[in-house]
Design a protein around this ligand. Structure first.
Ligand code: PRP
Ligand code: MN
Ligand code: MG
Length: 182
């Protein structure tokens, strides 16, 4: 079942804390986008859970679209070289685009994505992320809406995976060292 289990070390952010923070972010977004049409752009797969809760929390109607992108090259993770696996359905020219992410780690994924989206001429382009790891940043990104700044630990749950596992946990947990050291 989806309790802690032997592969998790601790709960870093509880389900209640996640929901409360998302509500706070939603209030800020509603205020900032008052009277504007917003297009939420989720980054598959991790952002799925944040998106699902955020759109239900928002008191304004929004549109939703998705991108799937994949790092490739020498490293297994976040080389910064990115390929589009699934592009947006919508034309974002002159649209108010709000990118939805679960976590900003090195920042390389988002950095690439933002320059790609910016080249399409949106009216505005901002980011909401549930988590950010300041100590892991390899590139500085201006992020308007951040749920939590967290330490540079391996976190899972609420959309975040380790080898595709744990995405369905309703809280953010840290992985037990035996999982990633074995
Ligand atoms: C994770 C996470 C972010 C990205 C952050 O996605 O969901 O999208 O990495 O890393 P970065 O800041 O170092 O670039 P991942 O590539 O694991 O795909 P997933 O969302 O399908 O898990
Ligand atoms: Mn992701
Ligand atoms: Mg992942």
């Amino acid at each position: 079942d989806k309790d802690m289990g032997p592969d998790l070390e601790k709960v870093l952010i509880s389900a209640d804390e996640v929901q409360a923070r998302l509500a706070g972010l939603a209030r800020a977004i509603e205020t900032d986008y008052d009277g504007k049409d917003v297009l939420l752009v989720g980054v598959l797969n991790g952002a799925l859970v944040v998106m699902a809760d955020l759109i239900r929390e928002l008191h304004i109607d929004t549109e939703m679209d998705w991108m799937a992108i994949s790092s490739y090259g020498a490293g297994t993770k976040s080389s910064g070289v990115v390929r589009i696996m699934k592009d947006l359905g919508a034309d974002i020219q002159n649209r108010h685009v709000l990118v939805v992410e679960d976590i900003i780690d090195s920042g390389l994924t988002l950095s690439w994505l933002l320059s790609n989206l910016r080249s399409r001429g949106p009216a505005s382009l901002e980011v909401v992320t549930l988590l950010r790891k300041p100590d892991a940043a390899k590139v500085a990104i201006d992020v308007k809406y951040v749920g939590f700044d967290i330490p540079n630990e391996f976190v899972v749950g609420y959309g975040l995976d380790y080898a595709q596992r744990f995405r369905g946990l309703p809280f953010i947990g840290t992985l037990a060292p035996h999982v990633y050291s074995s």
